[in-house]
Design a protein around this ligand. Structure first.
Ligand SMILES: C[S@@+](CC[C@H](N)C(=O)[O-])C[C@H]1O[C@@H](n2cnc3c(N)ncnc32)[C@H](O)[C@@H]1O
Length: 347
């Protein structure tokens, strides 16, 4: 018999004042990275087709992340305290009404009686998947989401879960299946790069297991507003916005995507989940070639989980990766995965 208890919004805790001040600094720098993008493209002779948001993230695409970006850029606590309720563009899940995001906007107003919309228990599938993704995982590889910034859900046998938490635990379970963590365990200071880090949940889960790591999130600067603010507010590792020099430091390094071609130092692990298939083929190609180059010297791995989005007029990024990597290991698993096939690419 599974024991379930509701975790409503009222259970959220607030970040200490110092973290909030750091988050505002990060937010201001990220805003600059958006505002100065065209200028940097001209200054450094960058490729606009790679540098500017495209495909599912193009300004004309049916994706309202720009509206949420503008909302968060106000950098005021009444807005930031509900950051997680604005993160639907990354996971497709609406945290306001705790259901699939179809038909909702990530900037919908928050009703005063929001907790009335929370069912007494999660969908059965959430419980089944959580149990499967954690059954054999060591505690340090279980994603313990901070109960902050609008996160809510249920305690299932004492574990805090909701749809998004289970989705990120799916990534952790797949990486464990593929031996990714054993690979990282062999390195003293793992250098990890995630392309398209969403609101920063996977970075948080991995940094919790490898607090010594140098973790880079390379993303559209609009999205770095989410991950930068989130990671600054929920924990104490340093979070910084990286400039064209790409200086290497421990903690979280936020890299505006247009500086990706400037990265030179090798990485142990690259990650991309549910995002390359939302980019243009041109962007996928530049990331593929660049990652192959950056992983080569440290026998690095590229863990990637993506769906086939061709029926939506987008691409299937896996079709474009084989030209850059000589080895492809598709992860065979009996886990109840629901976010596409996972592969580990290497050379
Ligand atoms: C659907 S979200 C997935 C987020 C997260 N990886 C996950 O698995 O939930 C797609 C991510 O790709 C990012 N993205 C889109 N275009 C990009 C680009 N050209 N370069 C880097 N990241 C990009 C988005 O900003 C977003 O963070």
């Amino acid at each position: 018999m599974v024991k379930i208890q509701r975790v409503p919004l009222a259970y959220n805790t607030e970040p200490p004042t110092g973290r909030l001040a750091s988050a505002y600094d990060v937010g201001r720098e990220v805003s600059q990275a958006v505002d100065q993008r065209q200028q940097r493209i001209r200054q450094y002779g960058l490729d606009p087709l790679f540098s500017l948001p495209d495909a599912n993230w193009h300004e004309t695409a049916p994706n309202d992340y720009i509206n949420a970006y503008h909302m968060l850029s106000r950098l005021d606590w009444p807005t930031l305290r509900f950051l997680r309720l604005r993160a639907q563009p990354f996971t497709g899940y609406n945290m306001l009404y705790l259901r699939n995001g179809a038909g909702f906007s990530c900037t919908d107003p928050i009703p005063p009686n929001i907790d009335n919309f929370q069912p007494d228990q999660p969908e059965n599938e959430v419980i089944v998947r959580w149990k499967a993704f954690t059954a054999t995982m060591p505690e340090r590889l279980i994603y313990r989401a901070p109960l902050m910034l609008g996160e809510r859900g249920w305690l299932v046998d004492g574990d805090f879960v909701n749809n998004d938490i289970v989705t990120y635990q799916e990534r952790m379970a797949l990486m464990a299946t593929g031996g990714v963590f054993e690979h990282l365990d062999r390195v003293e200071t793992p250098r990890i790069i995630e392309i398209g880090g969403g609101y920063g949940a996977l970075a948080y889960a991995i940094m919790s297991a490898y607090p010594n790591a140098e973790y880079w999130i390379c993303d559209l600067p609009e999205s770095l507003m989410f991950s930068g603010l989130y990671l600054s507010m929920v924990q104490d590792w340093p979070v910084r916005v990286t400039q064209a020099g790409c200086e290497a430091k421990r903690g979280i390094n936020l890299l505006p995507n247009y500086y990706f071609p400037f990265l030179g130092q090798p990485f142990d692990l690259a990650i991309n989940t549910l995002s390359m298939s939302e980019m243009s083929v041109h962007q996928v190609g530049i990331y593929g070639a660049g990652l192959a180059r950056l992983l080569r010297d440290r026998n690095g791995l590229f863990f990637e989980q993506n769906q086939d989005n061709r029926q939506m007029g987008l691409c299937y990024s896996k079709d474009h990766m084989g030209q850059f990597f000589s080895r492809r290991r598709t992860l065979e698993t009996s886990l109840p995965i629901s976010n596409g096939i996972a592969d580990i690419w290497s050379n």
